[in-house]
Design a binder for this molecule. Structure first.
Ligand code: LRH
Length: 474
């Protein structure tokens, strides 16, 4: 039996990663072929994503990946959720996609009454967060009214990239659920939301089932790159949903924290739970692989530390490694001089100075205390999120799987184990791209179930265990 090669794109808020995945029948091996930093860029009044530069970066990475192996079977794209590009009648992009860290969503959300908002949660099963595409669209209608006049279609970021690669306009359930325009009981667009808000349903593309072909690489693009045309497979194109595919567990009930710019704290279900506790605690029933539901809380994650690091680098005009950031925090964590705060406080959403905002919240001045407080705040929010999850599902989760880039943070993993009193299993850290590759492997090997895939992933990557200090008798 030969090996098959796949390309997984993992486009995050802070980096665009292109991964070559190889399946030999029992293991999936991954190699990061290219990693390019990403960040929202400031326009006049709003921040935007430089989507064509992201697309260009991905094309070059695709070409490079093709040059490393004899053949590529397919590719799959996952990106962050919520944001979208708008296309006009000609099919051209009407501008760079806005970044959700803005005030448009709040403007949009405030156009609805409390009872309408309550109804929106009931229809969709998704938390009424101002950043959701639904509220961004309502905010655009208020503040940027020229756009709706010209729009003919709206494509979320992975759908837009798939369109640029293949020429096909379609979507799939995981990314579409981040718009808050789906009825998660039915996993299809929700007519009540469209009729209540007047948003045009025709803007939205059809949903393609997982494992199906979303389109073929456009032939002119393939010849420009000097590579053969291969298909784009419908993977969960929301990065969180792809990451959850790769939780290395054989359990039916498990808790995870998908740790990146955001920390998504949740579990996997067969059916959504839409009730007042879920609404009050701010959990969402997002779409997962093959009709599963990823019940999760969207909680602030590495955003805080990424911004502290960026700010230190800018003001001191030098680079900081993550080890150096941890080293700043260590003495204050050991001396317990730091102070936890709510990482979801709105003052941290898009501050001019993250360090200043944390100083304001904690009253602590020293940079070591600021960084240590940030670690503490994250670990406390993780433990609280898992506790809330247990109340919602009525299940007890003895282990927390921390997956994604943030799972490399050994200190945070240990603090999470200590504060939650639970075992933490960290890894895989390449969770999203592994998920996108795994679903392509499933497309070529239809006999493989999600349980088989999780076992294969568990056998293929290293997983670190952290036990709570109390169990270690410390
Ligand atoms: C994580 C994520 C998350 C959000 C968001 C904007 O990368 O996709 O699930 O919804 O980014």
């Amino acid at each position: 039996k030969g090996t098959s090669n796949y390309i997984g794109f993992d486009c995050g808020n802070s980096s665009i990663r292109t991964v070559l995945g190889t399946f030999d029948g029992s293991h999936i091996k991954t190699e990061v072929v290219q990693q390019t930093p990403n960040q929202a860029l400031q326009g006049y009044a709003y921040d935007y994503w430089d989507i064509l530069s992201i697309f260009h970066t991905m094309q070059l990475a695709m070409k490079k990946t093709c040059s490393e192996v004899s053949s590529i079977s397919s590719f799959g794209i996952s990106t962050w959720g919520i944001d979208f590009g708008l296309l006009g009648r000609s099919g051209e992009l009407l501008g760079n996609p806005l970044c959700y860290r803005n005030l448009l969503g709040t403007v949009g959300l405030n156009t609805l009454s409390d009872s309408d908002l309550h109804a929106m949660f009931g229809y969709t099963g998704i938390q009424n967060h101002p950043m959701n595409s639904l509220y961004q669209i309502l905010g655009i209608r208020e503040k940027l009214p020229e756009y709706p006049l010209a729009v003919k279609s709206l494509l979320t970021i992975p759908d837009l990239l798939n369109y640029l690669f293949t020429g096909e306009r379609n979507s799939e359930v995981s990314i579409a659920s981040t718009t808050q325009l789906l009825d998660m009981r039915k996993r299809t667009y929700c007519d009540s939301v469209f009729s209540k808000t007047g948003i045009c349903k025709n803007w939205f593309p059809p949903l393609v089932g997982h494992g199906q072909i979303r389109g073929m690489l456009r032939s002119e693009l393939a010849s420009k790159l000097g590579i053969p045309a291969f298909p784009s497979i419908s993977v969960p194109s929301h990065d969180t949903a792809s990451a959850i595919v790769s939780v290395p567990t054989g359990e039916k009930d498990f808790a995870y924290i998908s740790s990146g710019t955001w920390s998504l704290i949740g579990t996997e279900l067969h059916e959504p739970i839409i009730n007042s506790i879920v609404e009050k605690q701010g959990f969402s029933n997002e779409g997962g692989l093959h009709g599963s539901i990823t019940l999760l809380k969207n909680s602030c994650g590495m955003h805080i530390l990424q911004n502290i690091k960026r700010e230190l680098e800018f003001t001191e005009n030098r680079t900081y490694s993550w080890d150096e950031i941890v080293a700043l925090a260590m003495p204050c964590l050991e001396a317990k001089t730091c102070k936890s705060f709510d990482p979801n406080d709105t003052s941290l959403y898009n501050p001019l100075s993250m360090i200043g905002a944390i100083r304001d919240l904690t009253g602590l001045e020293g940079i070591g205390d600021v960084v240590a407080s940030a670690y503490m705040a994250l670990a406390v929010s993780y433990a609280k999120g898992i506790e809330d999850l247990q109340v919602i599902t009525g299940k007890e989760y003895p282990t927390i799987h921390i997956i994604g880039g943030g799972s490399r943070n050994a200190h945070l993993n240990q603090m999470t184990a200590d504060i939650s009193g639970k075992r933490v299993l960290a890894g895989p850290y390449e969770a999203t791209s592994l998920g996108t590759i795994a679903v392509q492997v499933m497309h070529d090997n239809p006999h493989l179930t999600i349980q088989d895939i999780r076992k294969i992933i568990g056998d293929s990557v290293g997983i670190q265990e952290y036990l709570p200090a109390a169990t270690l008798g410390k």
